[in-house]
Write a protein that binds this ligand. Structure first.
Ligand code: F6P
Length: 363
């Protein structure tokens, strides 16, 4: 029997379970493969005793509609910069990739499917370069992974944000208020942009277009006459004013060393200071965007990614990432996919169309 290890790493996202199910279902058609899962990314393999689970059709039955991941996940314990305790009590960051690959082989694993965003795929690439047959599956609600039209989880996050936005519109209009809704996305404004178009926002502020406060204020003033009117703003957590900085607190490791969040309060204060008299209210959607049942489109992408990832293993096309490109399910080298981020193009069709709809980006 050949053994495949599956892991889900980084932040969770709707559709992870559908990928796991897709892999297991496709693998079950092969008499010579068995699938195992590692709990909390690759930590389940690295720990002693290991925390691994045999995945069969029974284990994955019906899980494609469930949010989260049955394997659990983590941002901690990156094997490329593993925090290792030294004999003198200090903690040193060490590269445990060679050790990890040896351990995988010692435990009888022939291949790995690593499901995750940019950080996890950097680990996939490092394992591949160290001699492990690896296939990657791109995951993140942020949709910021290069080489794929969409990552799964993104559509669900947009749907969640859009539903909340609709609710804020009716209360904004009832109270003549300015409602600021903050969405996730890190350095990419995709969730904000899609939500603004879907919901019909007056203003959309994204990291790719630092905003001019004066332009935002003018747009808001134009929405009010004799104190009556209302406005709905979508702001991405990584947005900032032209001469400003991002709103953040200290986070954990790597790309997550900076924890974004709270920019809606920064903007709210800026607007008050700039003389906006209307009542302003702030809503941070936060992790609601990461939870819950995946929408149908994400279930489809995730399920197909799972099947395709297993097929890449069978074709021995290692070091590749399954992607959706030009409406076709294909694959690209992981190295290429992680070489750049997928950011919103300020000159691109979507932003221009949004402007055509009257949405102000503060530029
Ligand atoms: O990358 C996905 C994401 O949800 C970002 O949109 C957000 O900034 C970050 O993860 C939050 O991470 P955590 O759950 O570790 O706070």
């Amino acid at each position: 029997m050949k053994k495949l290890l599956v892991a889900t790493g980084g932040g969770d996202c709707p559709g992870l379970n559908a990928v796991i199910r897709g892999i297991v279902k496709r693998a079950s058609k092969q008499a010579d493969w068995e699938v195992w899962g590692s709990f909390e990314a690759l930590n389940g393999l690295m720990e002693e005793p290991t925390r691994l689970i045999r995945l069969d059709e029974k284990t994955v039955s019906g899980i494609h509609v469930r949010g989260g991941t049955i394997l659990g996940t983590t941002n901690k314990g990156n094997p490329m910069n593993f925090p290792e305790k030294q004999p003198d009590g200090t903690v040193k960051s060490v590269n445990r990739i060679p050790w990890l690959v040896d351990r995988l082989k010692a435990k009888g694993f022939d291949a790995v499917i690593n499901i995750g965003g940019d950080g996890s795929q950097a680990i996939s690439q490092a394992m591949f370069e160290a001699g492990m047959p690896v296939v990657g599956v791109p995951k993140t609600i942020d949709n910021d992974l290069n080489s794929t039209d969409f990552t799964f989880g993104f559509q669900t996050a947009v749907q969640t944000a859009s539903d909340s936005f609709d609710r804020l519109v009716t209360t904004a209009s009832s109270h003549h208020r300015v409602m600021i809704m903050e969405v996730m996305g890190r350095d990419a404004g995709w969730i904000a942009l899609y939500t603004a178009i879907s919901g019909g926002a007056e203003i959309c502020l994204i990291p790719e277009i630092p905003y001019d406060l004066k332009v935002v204020v003018e747009k808001l003033k134009g929405r009010y006459k004799d104190g009556r009117g209302f406005a709905n703003i979508v702001i991405a957590e990584g947005a900032k004013a032209k001469d400003g900085t991002i709103t953040s607190t200290k986070g954990e490791e790597g790309r997550h060393a900076v924890r974004l969040g709270g920019v809606c309060f920064t903007l709210s204060q800026q607007l008050k200071d700039a003389g906006i008299e209307a009542d302003i209210r702030e809503t941070v959607l936060g992790h609601t965007q990461r939870g819950g049942t995946p929408v149908a489109f994400d279930r489809v992408i995730a399920s197909v990614f799972g099947v395709k990832a297993m097929e890449l293993i069978l074709e021995e096309k290692f070091g590749h990432l399954v992607v959706l490109k030009n409406n076709d399910y294909t694959s690209v080298p992981i190295k290429e996919a992680i070489s750049a981020y997928n950011f919103v193009d300020p000159q691109g069709t979507l932003v221009q169309a949004a402007k055509g709809l009257g949405i102000c980006f503060g530029d």
